[in-house]
Design a protein. Structure first.
Length: 202
């Protein structure tokens, strides 16, 4: 991997390390992808992306816990639902939980004050950015918003998140050939074992 990875035109240790880390990440993803189902590859890529953010201290623990559980761990504010015609009781409860997280501290009030803008965002979240100042959120924080407002689009937005953090290599379908597998094998004396699950196409 070190020999085959890209080398910067000018000697730059920091850039070289970054290139090596990117190459290592791709290699790990490639090797693990050989042994998991297609439907699990997105989850593994998501785990890689969030782990990298954690290592770089770019992922808030409260936001991570909220994404996983939907709970903030704090009492909810006593605020009335501004428009039950499109904000369900479950959605409003999630918004109140979200408002206990520092980056979203005023979101309940902001939605109350600009209900029409947030309704437009809710109806077309695939194409619209969230109203200001939430359009400046990080990729992960925008994913948290998707989880709250449109959980049905969470998978699609997760792919966008992975593309932004890792690149589209991690959301594309990797093709493995016997030729490549033989080239990467440790020794011609070590057998390759293929395990086919029911329904798999060899």
């Amino acid at each position: 991997m070190i020999k085959t990875s890209e080398k910067p035109a000018v000697k730059n240790p920091k850039q070289r390390v970054k290139i090596l880390l990117d190459a290592l990440c791709k290699q790990i993803f490639k090797e693990v992808s050989r042994s998991i189902f297609e439907k699990h590859k997105l989850l593994f890529a998501f785990m890689l992306a969030t782990t990298i953010l954690k290592i770089d201290n770019q992922l808030d623990n409260k936001e991570w816990t909220f994404l996983l559980t939907g709970l903030s761990g704090s009492p909810l504010a006593d605020k009335l639902n501004p428009d039950p015609s499109w904000i369900s009781s479950k959605l409003w409860e999630d918004i109140l939980h979200l408002s206990n997280i520092p980056a979203f501290a005023t979101i309940a009030d902001d939605i109350t004050n600009e209900t029409d803008k947030w309704q437009q965002f809710y109806n077309d979240i695939e194409n619209l950015s969230p109203p200001e100042p939430y359009n400046q959120l990080s990729a992960f924080q925008k994913l948290v918003l998707t989880k709250v407002f449109r959980p049905d689009l969470f998978m699609a937005k997760s792919k966008e998140f992975i593309n932004e953090i890792l690149g589209d290599y991690f959301t594309s379908s990797l093709i493995f050939t016997l030729e490549d597998t033989f080239k990467e094998s440790i020794s011609p004396l070590v057998p390759l074992i293929f395990i086919l699950s029911p329904g798999d196409d060899p």
